[in-house]
Design a protein around this ligand. Sequence first.
Ligand code: PEP
Length: 252
Amino acid sequence: MRKNIVAGNWKMNKNFQEAESLMKELADYKKNHKTQCEVYIAPPSLYLTTAKTIFANNEVEVYSQDVSEHASGAYTGEISTDMLQSVGVNGSLVAHSERRQYHGETDISAGKKVKALLDAGLTPVYCNGETLDQRKAGKHLDIVKEQTETALFGLSAEEIQKVVIAYEPVWAIGTGETATPEQAQEIHAHIRNLIAEKYGKAVADEISILYGGSVKPENAKEIFSQPDIDGGLIGGAALKIEDFSKIIEAFN
Ligand code: PEP
């Protein structure tokens, strides 16, 4: 179901005490404020069980930053969907650009991970987006089309409606550069149109598409006010409660 979502990707930041303290600050914030969007966090996997204890009422959904496409076995360092589900984690990011860049993630493996999550009853937050060179070459629409089709278009209409998509132009992630609201809206509408062409408008209208790339308290409201942008995947600004809460309040 289409929802407004503000999701924090903590990446490889914070030791346990710092992470626990930020989770408690977020829990306090949620207790004392009525928010107009869903709030997700994706802390390092070592802290997922702590997060599920602190957010025991699911007031903040908890996501892994990655998941294995395999069910179990000899895959050192990996985490399976079954493991996530067994500790109550809500889902996982899939194919974040840093996983693509440093760990060889492809849209083929991303598609397998998305399917594995859905089969386990978990929510995939599938990330895509073009590099700066691809945008400069005017290929951004084609790249995002190919990514979306490869990773998601093997799903049924019922399945794809359960996927959250995060469009994150690689050139805007962690760089301080932000796509203009118009640039972001263009791609979001493009992704929704692709889904509408394949599955029908009713299905496309059910999908939350988030924008990621240097979202901050100062630009969140303008970005989120675009018609096809349903929230944000937030990196750096998710690491301080003052910033993250202001981004959440962009929906108020
Ligand atoms: C991200 O990690 O998904 C991200 C968008 O990071 P940042 O907000 O720091 O650009």
